[in-house]
Structure formats: C-alpha cells, structure tokens
Design a binder for this molecule. Structure first.
Ligand code: 1PR
Length: 583
C-alpha cells in the first residue's frame, strides 16, 4: 500500500532529489507542506515528516517563522511522531548561528553554530589552505560519550563508521567546551550523537532523540549508504545491526588532513549535435569536432543520462554536466537540458552540478529580463545541487576590477550565493597559458617556470594563465588567479579549474596552474583537464597545496577506465582514502 511521506518545503534547495530518493526506496507518495495551513490540513495523517534545507541559516529560519511553521513543528514532535531534519534542517534545531546572529533557531539544544576555521592550526602547520565550505565525503565517527560502543556494534538509523556521507556546509555545531557540556547533559537524557571531523574541528554529524532525528550530511546525496539512512528512518529502525556489506578496508589507509575522502568527479560536456540531438561530446583543447572525418562532425560519445547513470553506478562522487554551447542558445529555450537533469536526478544519488548559460537572460518569448538567480532556480528545481558559471564570471570579474573591487550585490555570483548559499556556486575557469619574458610585462601575477624544457617558444621563463570565455573562443586580459580571487570575494563556493592546454591530452593535470590557484584561495579547487590514467589522480592529490577534488572526462568516456578503477588504484597503490559505496 502506498504510504505518504511529508516534506516541509520552504523553497530552500533541491527537494527534487530528496523526493526521488524516497521514491527509489519504496512505494511512497510525497506531499509538500509549505505553510501552517498545509500543516493543519495534513496534520492528523502525518507520521513521517522530513525537514530538509540548504543555504543560509537566517533565510531558512526566517522562512519557518514567516510561514508560521514553528508551532506546528514543535507540536508535531511533542506528539511523538517522527521527524528527520537534513543539513540546515538539523541546524535549525539549535539555538543560534554565527551566520545570522539576528535569527533564533528552534532551540532544542543550547548550541551555537560557528563557521569552520580557515586558519585551522592543523592546516597552517602544513602551509595548506583549509577550504570552507566543507564539501565532500566524510566519515561519521563516535568520539564522544555513550555513542562509541553504540555506533560500532549497531548503527544509528543505518549510519555507521565505515560508510562515507556527503556534506556541504560552512557552519556547524563545532565542539568546544561549552557545546561539549551541553552534549554530555543531553546524552544523559537519552540523546544520541554521531560526529565528524573537518581538519582539527569536530562537529555534530547526526543526532537523535526519541522520534526526532537529524543529519548534517545529505543522505539523499550519499549514494546507497545514504538511501539506507532514509530507509531506516522511514521504516523506524533506529538501531540496526551493522552488516558486513558496510565494512570497507581501512587498514593502512591514510587519514586525510581534512577527514574528507579523495573526491572523484565525472564530467559530461553536453551540446546539441549537427542533427539537433543533445549528446555528450569531448574535445581536445576544446575542439569537439572530429578531425578524422570529412564532414567534421561534433564528436558524439553517447546520451547524457545514460552515461551519467553509468558513472554514478561506477562510483563517481559527483557528476557535472556542462552545456558547452549555451552561450549561444539560451538555456531558457534549452528544455532538453532541464529534462536531462531531472531524468538524471531520478537515478543518481550523488551531487549534480550543471553549467552553461547561467547569467541574466531575456525571455525568448516575452523579451523580459530573467535574472540569473531565476535561471539557476530552474536548474535547482530540476535536480541540480550546484550551478557552474563560466562566461559570466569573467565579465563580472572584469567589472569588479574596473570598479576597484566594489561589489554591486547584483551579479549572478552574488545573487545566487545569497539565495542558495555559496556552496551552490561553482566557477568554471577556462584558462590558457601565456608566456611572458618578465613579471613586469603584465599586471597579472606570473609563475616562474621551473623546468627549462617547458620555457616558452622564445625562451620565456614566466607565464600566467589568461582566461577565456565562450568555451575558449574569446580571450580576456585577465589572469586565472585574478578571476578566482575576485569570484571568491563575490561569494563563489568552489572553483572548477580547467586548462585548455591540457584538455583531452591525457598527459596529466596542469599542476603548475592548480598550485598557483589553490595556494591563493580558501574555497575548494577541483582539478580538471588532462587526466589520462589513475596515476594522474594520485599525482594531483599528492600536490602539497591540497587539491580538493579531481575531475575526469575523456578517460571515462572512452571506456579506458571506470571511475572505481581510479578509486581502487588510489586505495590500493597510494593508500588514499576514497569512498566505495555500499552494496
Ligand atoms: O560559459 O557559463 O556558458 O559555461 C559553459 C561551460 O562549458 C564552461 O564551464 C566551459 O568550461 C565549458 N565548455 C565550453 N566549451 C567547451 C569545449 O570543450 N569546447 N568544455 C567546454 C569544457 C572542460 C572540462 C573537461 C575537462 C576534462 N570542458 O569540463 O571535461 O577538461 O577533460 P579530460 O579529462 O578529457 O582532459 P558558460
């Protein structure tokens, strides 16, 4: 018999994925609750209520109060029925957050949320920048009273110490002496806690008390291990025995400085081919046309949803779709791309990023201005977790420098991050090496080339990376470093760093470029372009600057390696920590 599951919808983030995850688990019908009236209408029928949220704490809490949901939620919990909070839906139950001190949470635990410390001593000691937000796959441990024995032998709603879960947040209930006292007192009253570590900071990853359960991570984005957590909640199995399928090798495996695993992303460049079909393609140095065919056709490597699902099943930690020609075709007209996304979100339970044409647009029918934040919203509603901005970021950064680094609050980067959180905004950078004889020849920060065999054609010993827009077609007088620092200042949450010189080359990542950028920003940097075999992933993760994630395209499309081949190589050969999903 179909059962109903209720989701509180305060228009915060990607609810589509949560609905899809629930439907994947069983025969459930989803009903959304947007305000007190909806709550009243459904109240007597609700037995399982989910409370998800991403983005800004203040925005979220304000919405709950404005929609008069506080009282019904409190009364619901008091009545003994089950509720599960996710991410900001966990945070809302604490007292306050540094993120928005003016807003009070629901105050179930007298804990204040704080921002992760970019200057974490563990990182400073190694001269590495700690990235904030905390994005990626982390373990859930049991470092505090009471929980240790519990979570080792039994799992809290299927959460256990051997699986990895997907986190994305900048603020957390970080343990300090005051919070620890609160946790100890709560434990004595019957609360259960699970914890994670980000660098040297430990924070609450999940908690439960009677019928109330919440996770800081996103179970709907945590692969099969995450679906099991939702299933346990829906079926009410609070303490299930840990089963052998959950156990993964940890012997001899590194403990990363951050606590996060080595994140592997599969990327699909998507465009309409000459026959008008949306296909996955892949270029060499951004040229996606077949050089060996007389008609010079766009290289067609397969169907986007099919390939993306394959990579998810192969163990990809994230999937990225880049609509590489949407600077030409408005994404508002590009309904197939939205369909690709919503189809992909039905079967893929790891984060999805979409890029291409995210900027202010005019409606193709009415001619009215559609702000970038609306365009992004369309993608989020179709199942995206992050949007990636390329061309518009370059124009924004140029304007930022022209106006002496003044922020307008109106750009796509600022408006999307203010509404959906900075973790939702990725900047895709398309740089190309430019040689110069001396650092004085440019206003951009240059790199001294170490290896003489890599000097420029006129023996230039310096270079910088000049950014391009429109998929490499237009070159700008702006360096990749200058672009990235401007975007970070404007509120971007992550950098996807391509390299036109290395794209499709299979010769490995552009280590010099990656090092320059990573050493100068405090948001996560994803290495992209050039991966040809698993050892290239090892090489990039071994960089001292601490690259956060590595992306591959061609090697997966050509079927030379599966995603899990890369992960198993990293695990067995390099003893690196990777996520291998549950069965
Ligand atoms: O500018 O905001 O409309 O976004 C367009 C997006 O499309 C940008 O993110 C831009 O990087 C991307 N793009 C545009 N043209 C191309 C092209 O290839 N002709 N693809 C393109 C960029 C680079 C990577 C690629 C890696 C790994 N693709 O995504 O997947 O280089 O490849 P490899 O592992 O095979 O070496 P906007």
């Amino acid at each position: 018999m179909t059962k109903s599951v209720y989701i509180i919808d305060v228009e915060s983030g990607n609810l589509q994925s949560l609905s899809n995850a629930i439907k994947r688990i069983g025969d459930y019908e989803i009903k959304f609750i947007q305000n007190a009236d909806d709550f009243e209408k459904y109240d007597k029928d609700i037995e399982k209520l989910l409370f998800p949220g991403v983005g800004n704490y203040g925005h979220f809490v304000k919405q709950i109060h404005a929609r008069k949901l506080t009282e019904p939620i409190n009364a619901y919990i008091k009545s003994g029925r089950s509720l599960m909070g996710i991410c900001v839906g966990l945070q809302a139950f604490f007292q306050t957050s540094e993120e928005s001190p003016e807003y009070e949470g629901l105050g179930y635990l007298k804990i204040g949320l704080a921002k992760f410390n970019k200057n974490d001593p563990a990182f400073v000691a190694k001269s590495i920048k700690k990235s904030v937000p905390h994005i990626g796959w982390n373990s859930v441990t049991s470092i505090k009273v009471g929980v240790e024995t519990l979570i080792k032998s039994k799992s809290l709603y299927s959460i256990n110490t051997t699986n990895k879960y997907y986190f994305v947040h900048s603020y957390a209930a970080i343990l300090n002496s005051e919070n620890e006292k609160t946790i100890e007192a709560a434990s004595a009253e019957g609360w259960d806690f699970a914890f994670s570590r980000y660098g040297s900071e430990k924070f609450i990853a999940a908690l439960s008390y009677k019928n109330f359960f919440a996770t800081q991570f996103h179970p709907e984005k945590s692969g099969i291990a995450g679906l099991k957590v939702i299933k346990s909640f829906l079926e009410g199995t609070k303490f299930a025995d840990v089963h052998s399928g959950d156990v993964q090798t940890t012997e001899g495996i590194e403990e990363t400085l951050s606590g996060l695993t080595r994140r592997i992303i599969a990327c699909l460049d998507v465009r309409t081919n000459d026959d008008g079909d949306l296909v996955v393609t892949k270029g060499d140095q951004y040229n996606v046309r077949e050089s060996d065919s007389s008609d010079n056709k766009v290289r067609n490597l397969g169907k986007p949803v099919e390939l993306a699902t394959r990579y998810y099943n192969q163990g990809a930690d994230e999937v990225t779709f880049l609509n590489i020609t949407s600077f030409r075709n408005s994404p508002l007209k590009d309904l197939p791309m939205l369909q690709v996304l919503s189809k992909a979100a039905e079967t893929i339970f790891v984060p999805l990023t979409v890029g291409g044409g995210i900027k202010d647009l005019s409606d193709p029918v009415t001619g009215e201005l559609v702000p970038a934040v609306k365009v992004a919203d369309l993608y989020f509603r179709s199942g995206a977790d992050k949007v990636s901005i390329g061309t518009d970021a370059v124009l924004i950064a140029e304007q930022y420098y022209a106006q002496n680094k003044q922020k307008t609050g109106q750009t796509s980067i600022e408006t999307i991050s203010a509404t959906f959180g900075n973790q939702a905004v990725v900047i895709s950078v398309d740089p190309k090496r430019k040689y110069v004889s001396s650092p004085e020849d440019t206003t951009m920060q240059t790199i001294k080339i170490q290896d003489p065999s890599r000097y420029g054609p006129n023996k230039e010993q310096y270079c910088y990376y000049q950014v391009t827009s429109q998929g490499g077609r237009k070159v700008h007088e702006l360096g990749a470093l200058e672009l990235c620092t401007a975007c970070e200042d404007l509120g971007a949450g992550e950098i996807l760093l391509n390299s036109i010189d290395h794209d499709g080359s299979n010769k490995g990542y552009n280590l010099e470029l990656l090092t320059q950028i990573k050493q100068n920003v405090s948001i996560p940097v994803i290495a992209s372009s050039g991966a040809g075999n698993p050892s290239h992933f090892q090489e990039v993760f071994e960089l001292e600057c601490g690259i956060d994630a590595a992306l591959g395209a061609g090697l997966f499309h050509r079927g030379e390696f599966e995603v899990n081949d890369v992960k198993r190589f990293l695990q067995t050969e390099a003893k690196m920590d990777v996520r291998l999903d549950d069965k």
